[in-house]
Design a protein around this ligand. Structure first.
Ligand code: NAP
Ligand code: MG
Length: 398
């Protein structure tokens, strides 16, 4: 059999720990035997990020602008423990935050629905797609520890030197302080990506913030969405038979629980981070959630929504068997390959992505799965496979 040819590379961002192990297994068993795989490789493993002073992350994001399609492995976001573990020069920022800041755009996360893995919320019949704003707020915040009494203010100095001040707090004791921001163009492109994605997938769009409490910050998000909707999308939505619905974040959370699913829930950056983990675990497993960052100028970065699965990696290092679910990482690859196929007019490549997804789903539905799924499946007598054998079972079907 001839291998499927590629004309343009995909940007490949390798990562850390257990997902780095899965990454290689997926390539060896599911991709390289069938595709003449063309990638531009960037090693975002923490050691290499540290060696390059994180330049590799910036380079990989810029390469994504050039080639338009990237696939990323989960990566460690350093914290104090990681500083010691990896003897880091600096507590490097989250690679995802760095990449998102360069590409802008919106992250769409949707659960991979398979028979036999039923959502905890029994009225959820269809996937709920979370659209996470990918710029600013707490992820780009400036923070201070306040040592004692004093005045904290927000100060904006305009280009002409004029100052505007707003008192945050008159401290009489030690405390903490945070200043965050967002920018109108990013909120606008967030709104447009959401409206476009809703039209593309013919799903309703929900959006929620805390505008009653945050009368300027959150209210601006609400206003921008409404203005863009009224001006550019109201007619198209009507034609498509879908609606745009705004409500308060706490009301949205309550409604989501009572809903059937089948819509896109647009969230501010932090809400999206938190809610996507709730949605994915309630739909089955963190390992069954796809994620794609779509930028306004048409760049796509695919990844799994979960982390590096550290606990499993430590078992793996000790030579113990692991049963880590590779589905979301496989779907990151299929998402990228399908998009590459679409952009290059390479139907064979897109068809391969479809077949690999089907082989993956069929493997689980026939009862062969990793431990996380075996624990929650409604199928009788599932076969629990280890990390590698699960990938090999998919390869066999493929
Ligand atoms: P995690 O890697 O998502 O894992 C949390 C737990 O969820 C695991 O211990 C495991 O539970 C379960 N799990 C997640 N993915 C699984 C899979 N594929 N198969 C089976 N079980 C799975 O989150 P974390 O442990 O909080 O974070 C580890 C590292 O990942 C951190 O350094 C963090 O910075 C990073 N992270 C990266 C990204 C990203 O690159 N996008 C996202 C989130 C976190 P059991 O242990 O109970 O089996
Ligand atoms: Mg998160």
């Amino acid at each position: 059999m001839d291998k499927i040819k590629m004309t343009t590379p995909i940007v490949e961002m390798d990562g850390d720990e257990m997902t780095r192990i899965l990454w290689q297994m997926i390539k060896d068993n599911l991709l390289l035997p069938y595709i003449d795989l063309k990638t531009e490789y960037y090693d975002l493993g923490l050691e290499h990020r540290d060696e390059t002073n994180d330049q590799v992350t910036i380079d990989s994001a810029n390469a994504t602008k050039k080639y338009k399609v990237a696939v990323k492995c989960a990566t460690i976001t350093p914290n104090a423990a990681r500083m010691d573990e990896y003897h880091l020069k600096e507590m490097w920022k989250s690679p995802n935050a760095t990449i998102r800041a360069i590409l802008d755009g919106t992250v769409f996360r949707a659960p991979i629905v398979v028979k036999g893995i039923e959502p905890c919320v029994k009225n959820w019949k269809k996937p709920i797609t979370i659209a996470r704003h990918a710029y600013g707020d707490v992820y780009k915040a400036a923070e201070m520890k306040i040592p004692g009494p004093g005045k904290a203010e927000l100060v904006y100095t305009a280009a002409d030197g004029t100052e505007t001040r707003e008192l945050v707090h008159e401290f009489t004791c030690p405390g903490i302080l945070q200043g965050m921001h967002n920018i109108t163009p990013s909120i606008e492109s967030f709104a447009r990506s959401c409206f476009n994605y809703a039209l593309d997938t013919k799903q309703e769009l929900w959006f929620a913030t805390k505008d009653t409490i945050s009368k300027k910050y959150d209210h601006t998000f609400k206003d921008i969405f409404q203005e863009i909707f009224d001006k550019e999308y109201a007619d198209k939505f009507k034609e498509a038979g879908i609606t745009y619905f705004y409500t308060l974040i706490d009301d949205a959370v309550a409604r989501v629980m009572k809903s059937e699913g089948g819509y896109i829930w647009a969230c501010k950056n932090y809400d999206g981070d938190v809610m996507s983990d709730m949605i994915s675990s309630a739909f089955g497993s963190l390992a069954m959630m796809t994620s794609v960052l779509v930028s306004p100028d048409g760049n796509f970065e695919y990844e799994a929504a979960h982390g590096t699965v550290q606990r499993h990696y430590y078992k793996h290092l000790k030579g113990e068997e692991t049963s880590t679910n590779s589905v979301a990482t496989i779907f990151a690859w299929t998402g990228a390959l399908r998009k590459r196929g679409e952009l290059d007019g390479n139907a064979e490549l897109s068809a391969f992505a479809d077949r690999l997804e089907k082989a993956t789903i069929d493997t689980i539905e026939s009862g062969e799965m990793t431990k996380d799924l075996a624990l929650i499946t409604t199928l009788d007598n599932p076969t629990v496979l280890n990390s590698e054998d699960f990938i090999k079972a998919i390869a066999k079907r493929l």
